[in-house]
Design a protein around this ligand. Structure first.
Ligand code: MG
Length: 386
């Protein structure tokens, strides 16, 4: 029985994690969870898992209200609440399904209190990959990737030697605007951006998929997870999202992992590794029904944030946290109809190119870089809307 703490429990990955837990009550137990503002979901989980003693919500006023309704439970709130539940010694694995930089400190805290982390929050590694890897070594903890591409690479690496890897091939569906020209991208709407052709995901990551920022983050994530240099990581356009990623070896053999585009597969594998278990899937991959799969090179002129991520990744230091922070602010501003789609890339590129470079030596450096990126982006948005 694996005991889990689940952060971001009401989001897309969180809900699918609960589904996996419910399908395998003999394998998993949720001991604590954290949600944002979705109080209805919190109540639903307390019904489903009555043994949960402690949980956390984003806002103190929600926590106070819930505390009155659940006097036998401990209701926490805010960053401190998340920190407290990930620091408990009553669980085995943190499932971090938070969105954005908010996921960084809980990941680090869980590792520092000797817990393995199943990581859906890629921003953790984008912003502070070197600090996270250092902590994993120091506290002897493991990261288990939940991102579908990284799960595919992880599976394709099994049984082989890392020294014999030639390159990682991260596949990319291309997002909602994969067929649009630069000119057409000028006028795209939020609604169009949110209509991802293959994957059902949260709003923030769906926009990041449309700008290819998400793929750029995944390159950085792969670099830290698998300790592979950036020059040995390639992005491969693959609109069908059937090949979830692949590894090419020195003998030119390519090993890939294929499956239906369903996040529950990588979630479950991260939690059952190295074992595999069945789970209910309405439409498993049926290769006889696929007549054609397409592959191609990415177009970084149409989608410059992918090239920017390689650049920031190679330069390292604070630039990745700056890039992430500027992107979080710009992504949200686009979703709030404050800026047009192409303004996102302008803001993120501007932030990375204007930020004074600094090595990351401690957690505060990451937080400072995040603050700098946010302020830069907010200033540009304010200026644009004046
Ligand atoms: Mg992914």
């Amino acid at each position: 029985m694996k005991r889990l703490v689940l952060l971001g429990a009401s989001g897309s990955i969180g809900v699918q994690t609960i589904d996996i837990v419910q399908q395998h009550p003999d394998l998993f137990e949720i001991v604590s969870f954290g949600v944002g503002r979705n109080i209805a979901k919190a109540k639903e989980y307390l019904e489903l898992f009555p043994d949960i003693q402690t949980f956390s919500v984003q806002y103190q006023e929600d926590a106070e209200l819930l505390q009155k309704q659940y006097p036998d439970k401990k209701v926490l709130s805010g960053e401190e609440g998340m920190e407290e539940i990930v620091s408990q010694d009553n669980y085995d694995v943190l499932v971090n399904a938070l969105v954005g930089f908010a996921g960084f400190l809980p990941t680090l805290k869980a590792i520092e209190t000797h817990h393995d982390v199943a990581l859906a929050n890629k921003e953790t590694l984008v912003c502070g990959g070197e600090l996270i890897n250092r902590a994993c070594k120091e506290y002897d903890c493991q990261l288990y990737p939940i991102d579908s591409e990284h799960s595919a690479i992880w599976q394709s690496l099994r049984g082989n030697k890392k020294e014999q890897v030639k390159r990682l091939l991260i596949t990319c569906s291309g997002g909602s605007f994969r067929n649009k020209t630069r000119d057409e991208l000028k006028d795209v709407t939020v609604e169009e951006a949110l209509a991802h052709p293959n994957w059902s995901m949260g709003a923030k990551i769906t926009i990041d998929s449309a700008t290819l920022m998400n793929k750029g983050f995944e390159v950085i994530e792969a670099h830290w997870l698998f300790d592979i240099p950036y020059d040995e990581i390639s992005v491969l356009m693959h609109p069908e999202s059937v090949v979830h990623s692949a590894v090419e070896y020195v003998d030119h053999s390519v090993i890939a992992q294929l499956g239906a585009p369903d996040m529950r597969l990588p979630i479950q594998y991260a939690l059952t590794y190295p074992d595999r278990y069945s789970y209910d899937l309405d439409t498993p991959l049926d290769l006889t029904k696929l007549s054609t799969l397409h592959f191609g090179a990415p177009d970084t002129e149409r989608f410059p944030l992918l090239a920017l991520a390689f650049e920031a990744g190679k330069k390292g230091g604070n630039l990745n946290a700056v890039m992430n922070a500027a992107n979080e602010v710009a992504n949200a501003a686009f979703r709030n109809h404050e800026i047009p789609f192409l303004k996102i890339e302008e803001i993120v590129i501007g932030a990375v190119h204007h930020a004074p470079f600094k090595e990351l030596t401690c957690v505060q450096d990451v937080i400072d870089a995040d603050t700098w990126g946010r302020e830069y982006a907010l200033n540009v948005i304010k200026g644009a809307n004046q």
